[in-house]
Design a binder for this molecule. Structure first.
Ligand code: NAD
Length: 377
């Protein structure tokens, strides 16, 4: 496969993570040609220009529309605030580009469906930024479930808790606006948890949600004036999977002390699995088949026996980090383009995640169970 030319839009938290991954993927995975870092775009011209130099991009620009239609660009990589994803993704797809987009795909189910449909019709390859599912230990958990090693699955108990807005003095940002950040913590963190749950256990069929805003005002970073927060700090849901198992989800951006608390426990008839992203190199497994005297949760450390780990390190227990998960995510996208095959976390998955997000929101507003396929707006 030829080296693909990437145009990256956005130079914040995720822009940097994507740039690191684009630069590293060919080193970690020599079977994929290193991407060409063709152009870095940001609305702030000075930032785009100086970061393009330090991150190794050939050019910089403030014109994302121009990037999307540039015949020299193969893949458009979107790392901008949530409300910009739709317009940018549709422009890139319209110009026949492959698209890599941070989560969530859009702000509404209708918009996410439109983007996923456009990508399918154009025949381009897509990837969402659902990096946590790229952990080699998540693959191991999936295999343990699918092989029947932990038996019939009874329940899923998942959380995604962080504390980045637990202090009410933390300034207002785009994440606090419904029209830019979507449904608050649910859009920001819950989307990762929904993706993870469906990756491991299959489709979520119905949900019963409850959402709350605790800190209703925050200071504007420029004026210091208090502004109304428009979306929710906490989202909780009961979920029912199509496979018959039930689950709970607790999602919060004000969970004091939690830094990246994406956790899940899965209970089955023959065992259990337990994972915590803050200890992302450990998977805890319990098996009823163990000798009773020695039975208990064992901790499996990530190592080269778990596919994709060895690309980074030959020694077990030394550990991967979040940027390594992004490298694996980029490798998966490049392989998807090379083989012209869809990956799990493509825009169709982005659409499903948005549909379930909206179902939890609708359910909370209407105090009733909502079937996920019925959530349409
Ligand atoms: N996958 C993950 O784990 C993860 C983590 C954090 C954020 N995200 C997602 O990544 C996206 C970006 O979040 P972030 O934390 O990097 O935000 P950020 O605020 O740090 O960065 C956003 C960037 O977009 C740029 N930008 C804004 N409007 C633009 C425009 N019109 N044209 C060009 N550039 C523009 C800003 O200047 C900034 O550089 C969001 O959708 C967020 O949900 C994903």
């Amino acid at each position: 496969m030829k080296s693909l030319k990437f145009g990256l839009i956005g130079t914040g938290f995720m822009g940097k993570a994507h740039a690191i991954a684009l630069r590293s993927v060919g080193t970690a995975f020599p079977s994929v040609p290193s991407p060409v870092l063709a152009c870095l775009v940001d609305s702030n011209a000075e930032r785009a220009s100086s970061l393009a130099k330090s991150w190794g991009f050939a050019q910089s620009s403030t014109d994302w529309q121009g990037l999307c239609t540039d015949p020299d660009i193969d893949v458009v990589d979107i790392c901008t605030p949530n409300h910009l994803h739709k317009e940018m993704a549709l422009a890139a797809i319209g110009a026949g580009k492959h698209v890599y987009c941070e989560k969530p795909l859009a702000l509404t189910t209708k918009d996410a469906a439109e983007i996923a449909q456009a990508a399918r019709a154009a025949g381009v390859r897509t990837s969402m930024g659902f990096n946590y599912m790229c952990n080699p230990l998540i693959e191991l958990a999936k295999q343990a479930i699918e092989s029947g090693e932990i038996g019939e699955i009874f329940s899923f108990c998942g959380n995604y808790q962080e504390d980045y807005l637990s202090d009410p003095a933390t300034p207002f940002s785009w994440r606090c606006l419904r029209a830019q950040g979507g449904h608050g913590a649910l859009a920001d963190l819950g989307t990762h948890l929904i993706n993870m749950a469906e990756y491991l256990l299959g489709p979520i069929a119905s949900v019963m949600g409850s959402m709350t805003t605790v800190h209703r005002q925050r200071p504007d970073p420029a004026s210091g004036e208090m502004r109304n927060v428009e979306n929710e700090d906490i989202a909780q849901a009961l979920v029912r999977f199509a496979c018959g198992c039930t689950g709970t989800m607790d999602i919060s951006r004000i969970a004091t002390g939690k830094k990246c608390g994406l956790t899940f426990e899965i209970f089955g008839s023959k065992g259990s699995l337990s994972f915590d992203q803050e200890r992302m190199n450990e998977l805890r497994v319990y098996k009823t088949s163990d000798d009773e005297k020695l039975r208990g949760y064992r901790t499996i450390l990530a190592g080269p026996q778990h596919p994709d780990y060895a690309a980074f390190c030959p020694a077990p227990g030394h550990g991967l980090g979040i940027n390594d998960l992004k490298v694996i995510e980029v490798k998966n996208l490049l392989k998807s383009i090379e083989n012209d095959e869809a990956i799990f976390s493509d825009f169709d998955n982005g659409y499903r995640v948005q549909m379930i997000t909206d179902a939890i929101y609708d359910s909370s507003n209407e105090s009733r169970w909502v079937n996920t396929e019925a959530a349409a707006n």
